[in-house]
Design a protein around this ligand. Structure first.
Ligand code: M6R
Length: 608
């Protein structure tokens, strides 16, 4: 959840640390801090509560010099967002930044207290600094002190240590949380991900589980969990500046919404054979004829993508699908019978619950498959088959383009499964693929309705509660609409299957509670329209999101109507993601909310 960075530079470290933290702020923004070792070997730090800009302001008045440093942006787990709890944590000659959770920190704290060593903060991290400092006091070298400290830690961590008097040394360690080492020309870097290091270097080495790296400007020596010196591959990670900057948009979310026609086009070109006749997903060794059940597991928006995929797999491939929330699945001890393929979806590939669920399924499921956006992520590396969703860097906390790329990849996989299982003939597959290929164009048209959505969103933003309704494959989209709205505008919203309304939620309907109805022309339109009438009969204002064909029969009596281009039924869930994303975005803007960094949230949830 937190972002960490380390620099052994040629010039002043503080500006580089702040620049890297800017790119990591999506991981948390409760506080930020940096520590440096100056040319005299003095270790010093600055920390500020709230967003990174507060730290930048502080550094104007209280600058830090030195070419070696570490930095941190925090998503609070243990202890409130205060200066005392902000990283880097320092004890004696050592400072440390941490992403993850030290689960045994209470026991370690008690042990330190017995020796008269007291913590200044409420965090789990401070014990790491205290332990390392105690070992240094006992005469150990920095590397010995870190090694001895790591042996005591339970839980998950990515750590980076900096030492007083050591202007050419960083020590980094990884267990359960990702960490990248960046190689410059006579400079070295550490970061939670490659995006953080992009302005400094594109040459990256990812640490593996249990690795420790002793880093100087000359390079990094990496040791595995058993203390053996190991070589880890260095790769060139090309991160297109346009893909990681805002490219002129006011927010990353706006940019990422607008990118969808292009990235969906990328997915389709990558995963449909050039003659348009077959799906070419990287699914080697997976034969859907041998599968009796598919278990889909994820969190948040990725979980909603799984719910949408269920409709496709069951309807077109006749393959039974169960969908689970990762934090429930991992502890439920769900039986996984032979013939089950377990598939995990995660934009970041680092979500703690999804990773734990994957580990639970290993050895039980016939195969584990993942759909990820970050190909180097833990979930990608640990699953038998990893399918990249090709969305490019997604920075905004609210997931948008990753969702539609997950959906498109799932749609292709369902068609591939249908063909393999004999549920779809060659012509049928070609026709569905042709429909999918229309998506980038349809999406561009859908983006053009933004002005109309902005107007409606302004009014919607005045509501305290909003309901979203959809039937069949539109039901998951209703859930996604509600999640997006509450996540960035803080308006309470719920998504329901339209047919479920009269079993309880209809009691919420009054003239102050708008209902957003997702109702394209499909086999269930008449039923959805009936449910919409039930809402309007009780005075509830309805915003109908529909297409030109359905609008004629459905729109009467609605408070507002948004009309999308008519689309083949198979691709409708992907297209209808756009209006609900734009609705949430403009409602949040109307309320003056921080769209890219909503309160209490972080992009990558690497803790339970
Ligand atoms: O990185 P992941 O896809 O595993 O993340 C899962 C959820 O945390 C994520 O989708 C979250 O719900 C988003 N903020 C929703 O916009």
């Amino acid at each position: 959840m937190c972002g960490i960075v380390g620099v052994l530079g040629d010039h002043e470290a503080a500006p580089l640390l702040v620049e890297a933290l800017k790119r990591l702020e999506y991981r948390g923004y409760d506080s930020a801090g940096i520590a440096t070792v100056n040319e005299a070997g003095r270790l010093d730090r600055r920390r500020a509560v709230g967003k990174l800009v507060n730290l930048s302001d502080l550094l104007v008045h209280e600058p830090l010099s030195g070419r070696a440093g570490i930095g941190h942006t925090r998503w609070a787990t243990h202890g409130a967002a205060t200066r005392e709890n902000a990283h880097p944590h320092r004890a004696g000659r050592v400072a440390v930044v941490h992403n993850g959770i030290i689960e045994n920190f209470r026991a370690l704290r008690a042990e330190l207290a017995e020796d008269g060593i007291e913590a200044d903060s409420e965090t789990d991290t401070e014990v790491v600094a205290l332990l390392a400092a105690r070992h240094l006091e006992q005469g150990m070298t920095p590397d010995e002190a870190v090694t001895a400290t790591l042996e005591r830690l339970e839980g998950a961590f990515a750590l980076c240590f900096l030492f007083e008097g050591e202007g050419d040394l960083l020590i980094a360690a990884r267990k359960g949380s990702p960490l990248a080492i960046g190689h410059g020309e006579g400079e070295m870097f550490v970061g939670s991900d490659a995006i953080a290091l992009a302005p400094m270097t594109e040459r990256i080495t990812y640490l593996e589980e249990g690795d420790r790296a002793v880093i100087s400007r000359a390079g990094a020596q990496i040791f595995d969990a058993d203390g053996r010196r190991v070589n880890r591959e260095m790769r060139e990670v090309r991160l297109d500046a346009a893909r990681i900057g805002k490219a002129g948009y006011r927010h990353f979310m706006a940019k990422e919404i607008a990118e969808q026609p292009a990235v969906i086009g990328d997915v389709l070109s990558a995963y449909i054979a050039s003659d348009g006749s077959a799906v070419s997903l990287p699914l080697e060794g997976l034969d859907f004829r041998n599968i009796s059940r598919l278990t889909l597991v994820a969190c948040g928006t990725a979980h909603i993508a799984c719910l949408a995929a269920k409709y496709w797999f069951e309807r077109y491939a006749r393959l039974p699908v169960e969908v689970d929330i990762a934090s429930e699945f991992r502890y439920r001890e769900a039986p996984i019978p032979p013939g089950t393929v377990a598939l995990f979806v995660s934009q970041s590939g680092e979500t703690a619950d999804t990773l734990a669920a994957l580990r639970y399924a290993q050895g039980k499921a016939d195969k584990t498959v993942s759909l990820v956006n970050v190909p180097e992520s833990s979930i990608a590396r640990e699953s038998d088959i990893a399918v990249p969703i090709l969305a490019g860097a997604e920075i905004s906390v609210a997931s948008t383009k990753a969702f539609t790329c997950q959906l498109t990849t799932f749609a292709l996989m369902a068609l591939h499964a249908a063909r393999q299982r004999g549920e779809l003939d060659r012509a049928g597959l070609a026709a569905q693929l042709a429909d999918l290929r229309r998506l980038p164009g349809l999406m561009s048209h859908a983006l053009a309705i933004e002005d109309a959505l902005r107007e409606v969103a302004r009014e919607l933003a005045e509501a305290r509660d909003v309901l979203f309704l959809g039937r069949g494959q539109m039901y998951p989209l209703a859930l996604e609409g509600a999640l997006k709205l509450k996540e960035i505008s803080y308006i309470h919203a719920e998504g329901y299957p339209a047919g479920e309304l009269k079993h309880g939620p209809i009691a919420l309907i009054d003239k102050a509670t708008p209902t957003v109805v997702l109702a394209p022309h499909d086999g269930l339109l008449d039923k959805t329209v009936s449910n919409m009438q039930e809402v309007m009969a009780r005075g509830g204002p309805v915003l109908l999101i529909t297409d030109s064909r359905a609008a004629e029969s459905a729109a009467e009596g609605a408070w507002a109507q948004i009309t999308l281009p008519e689309a083949p039924e198979f691709v409708q869930p992907i297209l209808y993601a756009l209006p609900v994303q734009m609705l949430a975005y403009h409602a949040a803007l109307a309320l003056g909310k921080d769209v890219d960094q909503p309160r209490n949230l972080a992009k990558s949830v690497t803790v339970e």
